[in-house]
Design a protein around this ligand. Structure first.
Ligand code: SF4
Length: 171
């Protein structure tokens, strides 16, 4: 596979190293987020969708594709996960990831942040990973969100979302 980012990466090796992260606990609870997660669990949707929520063009395309899938193309089958909530708190969003039969991680790039984050807090997690960048045709030297017009980003995200639904959500 060709690396799409211009940034440097560790080569894919079989050896796994781990970084231990200390997350400060909070007693704060967002009731809307907890209600949303509870409702998704009760509706027994078969697929939980994680995404890179990143600040770059690739992260933005993945984020928009995840939203298009979960709220437009296949809302009856998919739950859109709040990655920050699921990663930093052992409450509703993490339970939703844990209890959903299939987890689909839409990664902006080969850093694969969303799946690596969630695997850090749910040992047994085995998400299906889609590197959305590889589904999109744009100048791969671009990095920032403002390097492409909003309409073009939306078009790339929509195309990627359609491809993902066809490949991963078709019954
Ligand atoms: S992880 Fe990759 S896609 Fe996500 S914001 Fe960072 S560089 Fe962009």
């Amino acid at each position: 596979m060709t690396n799409c980012c211009t940034c440097f990466s560790e080569s894919e090796t079989n050896k796994k190293d781990f970084e231990v992260v200390k997350i400060e606990k909070t007693k704060n609870v967002c009731p809307m987020c907890e209600d949303f997660a509870k409702e998704q669990i009760e509706n027994k949707k078969p697929i939980a969708v994680l995404s890179c929520e990143g600040a770059c063009l690739r992260g933005e395309i993945a984020r928009q594709a995840a939203n298009i899938i979960c709220f437009k193309l296949s809302p009856e089958k998919t739950s859109r996960i709040c990655l920050g909530g699921a990663f930093t708190k052992n409450t509703g969003q993490r339970n939703l990831v844990r209890s959903t039969p299939k987890v689909l991680a839409l990664e902006g790039c080969f850093i694969k942040c969303s799946s690596r984050m969630m695997k850090g807090v749910i040992d047994e997690l085995n998400p299906e990973i889609v590197v959305v960048d590889t589904l999109c045709d744009f100048d791969k030297k671009l990095f920032a969100i403002n390097d492409l017009a909003e309409e073009k980003i939306r078009e790339l995200a929509t195309n990627a979302a359609n491809k993902i639904v066809e490949k991963y959500l078709a019954v």
